[in-house]
Design a protein around this ligand. Structure first.
Ligand SMILES: [Mg+2]
Length: 169
């Protein structure tokens, strides 16, 4: 059985998940967390490299969308030049916006991957919603107590996952 908190794949950054790689996993759609997955909390807009990656996925026929726990103001600004599917205040790990994406695009669950930087929101939501959970390390973490505590809880899970992965190779 799948471990609820183990990602299906873990790569050092978002750019490893290019169209070719996603297609090799059988994916036609990629849902992305924004903060610390695609850009830092301090970047209101996609960086040039990120924009290129987002456009290249679309050109290759991958449906791209954003599901964020951040505000509509943040998400709308980030998505302004792209106009992709975008959901703010998603309350991940709740799967409401994932189901919304499925209805809106007609993609099947097995064709969808979600990529994020947090186990207890992103990975959890993906598994709860029945889609593939891709994980990347956070670009740059907030240093608040709440965030440090969350990362501390993630650490042993990630270590177990990486150990299991190395044994499978
Ligand atoms: Mg995040």
């Amino acid at each position: 059985m799948k471990h609820l908190f183990f990602p299906d794949d873990y790569q050092p950054n978002i750019y490893h998940y290019d169209a070719e790689y996603l297609k090799s996993l059988g994916k036609k759609a990629l849902l992305c967390d924004i903060d610390n997955t695609l850009v830092t909390y301090d970047d209101p807009d996609p960086t040039p490299d990120l924009l290129q990656w987002l456009l290249s996925l679309k050109e290759a026929g991958i449906v791209v969308g954003f599901i964020s726990n951040n505000s509509a103001e943040r998400v709308d600004r980030f998505n302004a030049s792209l106009q992709y599917f975008a959901a703010a205040d998603a309350h991940k790990p709740l799967t409401r916006e994932l189901r919304h994406f499925i209805v809106e695009t007609g993609c099947k669950k097995e064709e969808i991957a979600h990529v994020g930087d947090q186990i207890f929101t992103d990975v959890w939501m993906a598994h709860a919603g029945g889609v593939t959970a891709l994980l990347v390390p956070p670009i740059r973490d907030k240093t608040t107590f709440f965030f440090r505590a969350k990362r501390l809880l993630e650490k042993p899970i990630l270590a177990l996952y990486l150990k299991k992965r190395s044994q499978e190779k």
